[in-house]
Design a protein around this ligand. Structure first.
Ligand code: PBG
Ligand code: ZN
Length: 339
């Protein structure tokens, strides 16, 4: 019986020893492929643990210098900064205050570790009282558009504050501005503002294909950015639509983005793979808060091995086409990879 089979092809030959498996590894993951998200708060000497993101904390500005040096020592090339403001208002004005949390945090990190890349998230949702990503249509406000519904996220008015905040973040020293609001024209508006203010060297990492996802839940706690009414479906992508995501990526590239992002990561690997074959720009994927929290929760129950599943997820994201991954696992992964 067995003698009659054709077993000339035996792929297992290539998996038979650690040395062979090492030699034939197609995708690699190093600390240099990871960017670490950080939440900055005002004040001193504070590390406020985030219950929904085990192991992560909001850090006061003075703690960022030590954090920056630790990250460089681990071989992690950069951070993605989120600011938690002291005051919120309708237009998120602290985001473009040169003494606001974003500008202060950026300066602190660049002072402490000039070679650490700072990607600065530009969204307004943690800066606005209503928790939306820009200016909301409200009767009585100067931006009111009677032809649009009450509560609608106004695109063009929001671009103006986005552009203004981008210049402030660039002035503070951000290497890359990362607009995450999924507004039409956001990349073009930011590029024009940066160039006209002498910041042509500041780059743009666009959250180009960002889906309206339930996986952002833990983040909205961490950044205090949950909307107090409605949701983000008028601007973020419908989870069912890959072609629409490709269009967003194409438009942001045409508007001058230096790098593109797909977000979330694990549930959107097909989008990532398609993006990889569509663009020649560097491609990032964001392993978001819910992806991190899920693995932690399962591991805490003894259902999964955290290290193994975290590294497996990261390599899968790289395999699908991401040049680099924004991940809350960045520090742990860097340590694990070094062992
Ligand atoms: C702000 C923003 C969000 C995330 C990054 N920037 C949340 C949202 O759009 O509701 C999510 C990150 C994460 O879940 O880790 N627009
Ligand atoms: Zn937002």
């Amino acid at each position: 019986m067995i003698e009659s089979l054709d077993l000339r092809r035996r792929p297992r030959r290539l998996r038979s020893s650690p040395a062979l498996r090492q030699l034939l590894t197609e995708t690699r993951l190093t600390p240099g492929d990871l960017i670490y998200p950080l939440f900055a708060i005002h004040g001193a000497n504070q590390r406020r643990p985030l219950p929904s993101l085990p192991g992560q904390a909001q850090l006061s500005v003075d703690q960022l210098a030590a954090e920056a040096r630790e990250l460089r020592a681990l071989g992690i090339p950069g951070v993605l900064l989120f600011g938690i403001p002291a005051r919120k208002d309708d237009e998120g004005s602290e985001n473009h205050d040169p003494d606001g949390i974003a500008a202060r945090a950026i300066r602190e990190m660049k002072d402490a570790a000039p070679d650490l890349l700072v990607f600065s998230d530009l969204c307004f949702c943690s800066y606005t009282g209503h928790g939306h990503c820009g200016i909301i249509n409200r009767a009585g406000s100067v931006h009111y558009q009677p032809n649009l519904p009450e509560g609608y996220l106004l695109n063009d008015a929001s671009l103006e504050i986005l552009a203004r905040a981008a210049v402030v973040h660039a002035e503070a020293g951000a290497d890359f501005i990362a607009p995450s609001g999924m507004l039409d024209g956001m990349v073009a508006a930011i590029r024009q503002a940066l160039d006209s203010q002498g910041h042509s060297e500041t780059g743009i990492l666009s959250y180009a294909a960002k889906f309206a996802s339930g996986f952002y839940g833990p983040f909205q706690h961490a950044a205090d950015s949950a909307p107090d009414f409605g949701d983000r479906r008028s601007h973020q992508l419908p989870p069912a639509n890959r072609r629409e995501a490709m269009l967003e990526l194409e438009i942001d590239e045409a508007e001058g983005a230096d790098m593109l992002m797909v977000k979330p990561a694990l549930a959107y690997l097909d989008v990532l793979a398609a993006a990889r074959s569509q663009t020649r720009l560097p491609l990032a994927a964001y392993q978001v808060s819910g992806e991190y929290a899920m693995l932690h929760a399962a591991a805490a129950n003894g259902w999964l091995d955290l290290r193994r599943t975290a590294l497996e997820s990261l390599i899968a994201i790289r395999r699908a086409g991401a040049d680099f991954v924004l991940s809350y696992f960045a520090k742990d992964a860097a340590r694990w990879l070094g062992e």
